[in-house]
Design a protein around this ligand. Structure first.
Ligand code: FDA
Length: 384
């Protein structure tokens, strides 16, 4: 059958683009190999979907071209998506740091997108193998259908067991677009033997400031049996490259806190001073690592300052990450250099578009990635 546009991928970006284009009068077909639309939406935010963030700003996105996302993000904003959520009567709340979640279930977001697609007369075919994609006489041919316009919205390869693939990159390359090397992002780190101390504190979470390559995030850090996780770590993982050290400020103001503890409890050991601010097992492990086996009252300012310096800049050398199996998103992807930032259309191949996670635009943790899916989907949907 012939359509105005075929959209590959029934995730957040593909569905929003389809609804937008369909409601503007285009005939639209969405194809997906999964048996359900919006599977990542369904599992997101612990089943409640952190669907956007009040603090969306272009600088919260990583890309080879940090300016690329600006246009789409400013033309379809967090407020536009929130208005849609409210128009569908979906109750929501702000959890923390501007993160907006459904009060009920992520299923409501998928239902909303499918209802919007239905309003636009969009055809959605699930459990469909895309097969070869041909482009001849100005038409794209996919799975027995044809259209003048083709949208790549198949996401990135993170969480392959959910059906995620890197097919977007193959299609892009086939049509002459570049691909910025993809890598797992928003992903836990693995640690080797030299950072072994931290296997003793598995399961402990504590607030900290994590930094990598100048990026700093002040949130919880979780010590896992493989290494480090938690929001602060996931955030910096997107900025990490193999070989980079990761620094944790686990006790801000450590120097003055330790001096104060020495004054108040000179007979106590470092562990007791740390345990006033940190979980017990972590205090114990850190005290052992710092190795001051005497009472606080016997410690010089220099010794205390050295201990404080360790606590405010604990340095780790990750051996790697837990990879695509655990990565919430994929950084890198279809090179924005070949795309219009206004429409998401490929400059070298009119009629071809790329949106969502498939593109080299990666947001912070906290609703930023869905907002990119909505904004890039809307930009493309308005153009087709
Ligand atoms: P998405 O991956 O959603 O959709 C792509 C679609 O293409 C899928 O339906 C897939 O089946 C289909 N597809 C892939 N390969 C195909 C092929 N070869 N043939 C046919 N179809 C194919 N973000 C956020 O902002 N807030 C949050 O709370 C969360 N939470 C979260 C939790 C977890 C566990 C994960 C893994 C991810 C998140 N994210 C998130 C990230 C967010 O889910 C992600 O950025 C968006 O879903 C990306 O939307 P897209 O539509 O671009 O791709």
């Amino acid at each position: 059958m012939h359509y105005d546009a075929i959209i590959l991928g029934a995730g957040g970006a593909g569905l929003l683009a389809a609804a937008t284009a369909g409601q503007a009068g285009a005939t639209v077909l969405v194809l997906d190999h999964a048996d359900r639309a919006g599977k990542k939406i369904l599992i997101s935010g612990g089943g409640r979907c952190n669907f956007t963030n009040l603090g969306i700003e272009p600088q919260c996105y990583l890309s080879e071209n940090p300016h690329f996302a600006k246009s789409a993000l400013s033309r379809y904003t967090q407020w536009d998506f929130l208005a849609l959520v409210e128009a569908h009567g979906i109750a929501w709340h702000e959890k923390t740091l501007g993160q907006l979640f459904c009060d009920g279930s992520a299923k409501q977001i998928v239902r909303m997108l499918l209802d919007e697609c239905a309003r636009g007369g969009v055809d959605i075919r699930l459990s469909t193998t895309l097969g070869d994609i041909r482009h001849a006489d100005g038409l794209f041919h996919v799975a027995g259908h044809s259209a003048r316009q083709l949208v790549i919205a198949t996401g990135g390869p993170s969480i392959p067991k959910m059906g995620a693939t890197g097919r977007a990159y193959d299609i892009a390359r086939d049509f002459g677009l570049g691909v910025v090397a993809p890598r797992p992002a928003l992903v836990p780190f693995t640690l080797g033997a030299e950072d072994n101390l931290f296997t003793e504190v598995t399961g402990i979470a504590t607030p900290a400031t994590a930094s990598v390559n100048g990026a700093r995030f002040d949130e919880a850090v979780l010590f896992t049996h493989k290494g480090l996780s938690g929001p602060a770590i996931l955030q910096v993982s997107s900025y990490w490259r193999p070989g980079d050290p990761v620094s944790l400020d686990i006790l801000p103001e450590a120097a003055s806190l330790l001096r104060d503890a020495r004054r108040r409890m000179p007979r106590a050991h470092l562990k007791a001073a740390l345990a006033e601010h940190l979980p017990n097992r972590l205090a114990e492990a850190l005290a052992r690592r710092i190795g001051l086996a005497t009472e606080l009252g016997n410690l010089s300012d220099t010794a205390l300052d050295r201990a404080a310096a360790t606590l405010t800049a604990l340095t780790f050398h990750p051996t790697g990450t837990e990879g695509y199996a655990k990565a919430e998103v994929t950084a890198g992807g279809i090179d924005t250099a070949g795309l219009s930032s206004k429409t998401m259309e490929a400059t070298s191949c009119p009629g071809l578009y790329a949106i969502g996670e498939a593109v080299d635009v990666t947001g912070w943790l906290g609703g930023y990635n869905f907002q990119w899916a909505w904004s890039s989907g809307a930009a493309c949907g308005q153009a087709i």
